[in-house]
Design a protein around this ligand. Sequence first.
Ligand SMILES: Cc1cc2nc3c(=O)[nH]c(=O)nc-3n(C[C@H](O)[C@H](O)[C@H](O)COP(=O)(O)OP(=O)(O)OC[C@H]3O[C@@H](n4cnc5c(N)ncnc54)[C@H](O)[C@@H]3O)c2cc1C
Length: 840
Amino acid sequence: MLTLLWLVAVFIGAVALAYVNASAVVWTGAVAVALGVAWGASLLVPWLTLALTLAFVVLAIALNVPALRRKLISEGVLAGFRKVLPPMSQTEREAIEAGTVWWDGELFSGKPDWRKLLDVAQPALTAEEQSFLDNEVEELCGMTTEWETTQVYRDLPPRVWQFIKDKGFLGLGIPREYGGKGFSAYAHSRVMIKLSTHSTAVSVSVMVPNSLGPGELLAHYGTDEQKRHYLPRLARGLELPCFALTNPNAGSDAASIPDYGIVCWGEHGGKNVLGLRVTWDKRYITLGPIATLLGLAFRVYDPDHLVGAKEDIGITCALIPTSHPGVDVGRRHMPLAAVFQNGPTWGKDVFIPMDWVIGGQPMLGRGWRMLMECLAAGRGISLPSSSIGMAKLTARAVGGYARVRQQFKTPIGKFEGIEEPLTRIGGNLYMMEAAGALTAAAVDLGEKPAVLSGIAKLHLTERARQVVNDGMDIVGGKGICMGPSNFIGAAYMGAPVAITVEGANILTRSLIVYGQGAIRCHPYVLKEMSATREHDHGVALVKFDEALFGHLRFTLANLARTWVMGLTGSHFVGVPAGVAPETRRYYQQLTRFSAALAFLSDVSMGVLGGALKRKEKLSARLGDILSLMYLCSATLKRYEAEGRQQADAPLMHWAMWDAMFKAQTALEGVISNFPNRFIAFALRGLVFPLGRPYVEPADSLGHKVARLLLEPSATRDRLTAGMYMGSPNDERVGLIERALAATLLSEPVEAKIKAAAKAGRVDAKLPPGAGIEVLVTRAHAAGVITMAEGEAVLAARDLTARVIRVDDFAQDLGASEHKPVAGTTPPAATPSPYKHKAAA
Ligand SMILES: Cc1cc2nc3c(=O)[nH]c(=O)nc-3n(C[C@H](O)[C@H](O)[C@H](O)COP(=O)(O)OP(=O)(O)OC[C@H]3O[C@@H](n4cnc5c(N)ncnc54)[C@H](O)[C@@H]3O)c2cc1C
């Protein structure tokens, strides 16, 4: 009996020590005490106690004497590690090492410090930024419509381009000392949100110069001379930039671009100067057809060793005026219905001087790192913000539409079937905006959150697509028939653009988020990997040993934490003081998920090694867990930062339940598909010892969320804050707003008429063809309603009729009224510089 008690105590003690990640010394002491008790109370047969003691002494010495431990254990593991580590090119390494780790590191720690998250200051706008949003951005939106840009000009009208340049829209992020606005990432994001609630073409045209491209690259890496020359010109719109990376043969795998530059001497400005002879063939380049300044990425070779010993110098970025002889830009691609300028560019053996390389000669071969570092921040702002904009437009307009549009004598938004997509629209938008604001806050704190910006881009663009698709289903034919009054069709067609650019989403989900996340956010993996690359064996061994044993204790801790939190439902997990009581359980469950993710990651990396890179479905699911935890963190933070608005609580709860359920499904997906069945069985027992706690959000909760979109309220205003509402006279959002307000006035009056008809005071039987006016007149005559009330009913009907009406066109769909469009004549084939080369 005593022996059994001793065994139980040893087990509980071991789990407890693992749970608190006890140090090697504490472990050694604890095992010594346990063995001492076994000896003292004769709990085991003597030979067994002796064997255990000997084993303990040997292990304790081996593990606690660093030099011995390195020799006996770490050296062999290091050699094995070097063999199994998948080969990594310099570009891969630069991609992985780019940027910084922020809250994502905490999410991967198994024990996030929630206080750190809650203490991050909520981003806010300066007076100047707010004024820009309220005036210039508002005015820009009012200057054109989606229909005018897509159908009449197939571009932004010239007056709009001029306004964009004159008012500094192209230099939002350029420092003030160079004439730019010097806005924060948060302000930049609010500008993008507002623009994209109105027009895709306007938002993309403004987004690109402010995103990854010449301005950003120059600000970070340009020489003083380059900055002094170009930044003021870019800020004032005297230069229109584009950035060309994508080659027909290198899209997602952009690091393998075949475009090249050869270091050589050549003529420039009447002098013989050192430079590059560059050949490129690029496509999909936004603003390419009208750009005056081409940012170009290509691989530099130095066969004659004019700048050093290396021949293959690597990817390099240069700035080339498009007026430079040999630069071809001009024809356009047509990216769905979004008519922003986009097209190819090519050049063959174009000589450029060395000082056109961004950062000059010292930055030869540093292009990939520059791009990855800028992407680490930029990707988290522009595309996520435009996605939030699309979702805001959908929530506001579709919510209103679903209230004024009646079928079966009921607003369609009140049918349970429509409630489902409406709920998703509201819940997703709440979470999207929370994640957008948190990512912007990180960038404004000086972080370059590579993993989090990838998560924000991937998940916000995906959720925007879901939101817009839901909106399309709710509005039915009204969304499908294009025309000036269609408020959602353009967003529907724009969604795949955001999905594809800056890292297409499937690639980002399958390879990047977790691939980069596991290495960057894990507290030990990158340290272990760097140790393997150390040339000095002694240094490598010391660093590797330290990381390896930290890693082992980390894994053990997460194993214990995952299991204990699973057994106890994580009820005993600490929660930061003072958080809203209704959110306490979310913090506890997220802590549990964090430990489970860290543990599953270690098991996956340990068992699959380099093969995990090819197991994209597993890697994508592990990335989903990390991503969903980020979205949940942002949502909890938003709820606190906005003062725990009780009226908004259904949005927060729905978003959390939905995401937690999805995270749980992803965890289960990893376990069910784990290649080793025995390990899968053990993992399920550890991660879900009592089954899976989360279910899909309740229908009753969804009902509350859907109702929030159907009528005006402070919650609806908060959810759609910062969007362009249009003038009340426009045929899109402004009209829906008026119809909604009128409908809410009319509904009680109609109820009065209905009741009076039921009581026999009003004859509700109308002659064929008679409209509501007849009923209203009868009700007024019977003294049931006032004249004003009757007018309110008629106004609501009139406005609703305008809302549900769709545009129609002449037989040729108006083609004869429009200018001929570039591309209607058969295009000349784009000459490929490489073909020329082959022919030569
Ligand atoms: C409208 C528009 C604007 C653009 N603007 C610019 C610009 O200004 N400058 C610029 O340089 N480029 C620009 N691009 C290019 C854009 O970045 C690329 O389209 C993008 O990188 C994807 O390349 P791709 O279209 O060739 O698709 P592919 O690389 O052929 O990919 C096709 C599909 O395969 C998936 N995939 C690829 N590899 C993997 C993998 N290992 N695992 C899983 N899935 C994978 C991708 O996710 C994608 O779904 C633009 C593109 C568009 C459409």
